[in-house]
Design a protein around this ligand. Structure first.
Ligand code: MG
Length: 388
């Protein structure tokens, strides 16, 4: 099937019906609105920094592990394949996938949890909301507006979760969290493509790092099913090829389940437009109940055996200390911030007092890559590094 034969389903996001951009701009001349969003994301500074941010393993631990950038590319790949198959908007799905982790702190979830604790009392820190903040406010690329001025649909997809409290301050983009409504199907899809990507690549990286074993993984249905198929068909296969053959098949079984289940839902409901999708009280792009159970089992396994592994815990504890101490020192001594962050801190503080200063410090820290944070920590606290 040639690309030009692929028609968007009525329930897909049609760029000519977009709810538009906050700052109105002339339509693009040779791209669609969502292609333009995707291109703006790829050219952003936050996107480039994903290369040096942790997924599970700290960036410098090994060149073979996923980083936030390679994770992001995998999410985009899975999302695009499924979008095309369901006649959803592939460009929008890609744009959301590429932007979904832009607001992530250094050091993965450890970084986000600690920064959230530091920000308790100042409105908290949530990486989803920060991703939106990056594209809405923090990127400095255009003469006419702050941020990237992305279309409503891309921003809607980036904001995956949001507490009702926060949603109240977000105007139209926060509405659905107050009304308990859904985002468009491309946003629903990007969310699950993220889940498929990390569940599978964390298995791969965990095995590679030697923190989990094939024997342990055989406790998990999702893995065991494909392990049995592979061993029956290729009894002599061993090493990396065996692992990859199993993981490849796990991804395929999840993607297939998602497509079949979503198709059945779409056939049953037949939404007439993206607004009909938004008005529903439940998601249409979802796994079967059985696959949901399998995924939960895998997540429980990964939490217990990988994310809580003592070696990962050592890394996350240390990373947390780096974040906390940087936060504390910049809050206490904002004059130590580099000029741009310092200007932001003064400007926000003038508007909102201490809370404003905290937000500027959080923005500065969240924007750091792993290695930048480690170097900055050294510059602040290592007496042997008495330089600026
Ligand atoms: Mg992700």
């Amino acid at each position: 099937m040639a690309d030009s034969d692929i028609r968007l389903a009525p329930y897909a996001a049609h760029p000519e019906q977009s709810r538009g951009r906050s700052f109105s701009e002339p339509p693009p001349s040779y791209r669609s609105e969502y292609q333009r969003d995707r291109d703006r994301i790829v050219h952003s500074a936050a996107f480039r920094r994903l290369e040096y941010k942790t997924q599970v393993f700290v960036n410098h631990e090994g060149d073979m592990f996923r980083t936030r950038l390679t994770h992001t590319i995998e999410v985009a790949q899975i999302g695009r394949s499924i979008a095309r198959c369901l006649q959803l908007n592939e460009d929008l799905t890609e744009a959301i996938a590429l932007a979904h982790d832009l607001g992530h702190t250094p050091f993965g979830h450890a970084g986000q949890d600690v920064l959230n604790e530091c920000m308790r009392g100042y409105g908290g820190f949530e990486h989803n909301l920060q991703s939106l903040r990056v594209v809405d406010e923090l990127e400095e690329k255009y003469a006419d507006f702050r941020g990237l001025n992305l279309s409503f649909e891309t921003r809607e997809g980036i904001l995956k979760h949001c507490s009702p409290d926060k949603a109240k301050g977000l105007a139209e983009i926060g509405q659905r969290f107050l009304l308990r409504r859904q985002p468009g199907l491309e946003a629903q899809l990007a969310n699950l493509a993220d889940e498929i990507a990390y569940n599978n690549h964390d298995v791969d990286d965990g095995l590679r790092a030697g923190l989990i074993t094939i024997e342990q993984l055989c406790e998990v249905t999702l893995f065991r099913q494909q392990y049995e198929v592979v061993m029956k068909r290729y009894p002599d296969l061993a090493g990396r090829r065996r692992i990859h053959e199993i993981i490849r098949r796990m991804i395929n079984s999840q993607v297939t389940d998602l497509i079949n289940n979503a198709r059945a839902n779409l056939d049953r409901v037949q939404p007439e437009s993206i607004d009909a999708v938004r008005a529903m009280d439940g998601a249409l792009i979802c796994f079967s109940d059985e696959m949901n159970e399998f995924n939960l089992e895998m997540k429980r396994f990964l939490r217990r055996q990988l994310y809580q592994h003592y070696r990962v815990q050592r890394m996350t504890t240390k990373a947390g200390r780096v974040i906390r101490e940087l936060f504390d020192i910049f809050m206490a001594e904002p004059k130590l911030l580099p000029p741009e962050a310092s200007r932001e801190a003064s400007a926000f503080e003038a508007q909102r007092g201490e809370e404003g200063r905290a937000r500027a410090v959080a923005d500065y820290i969240a924007g750091m890559t792993d290695r930048y944070a480690i170097r900055e920590y050294g510059r602040m606290f290592d007496p042997a590094a008495l330089t600026w």
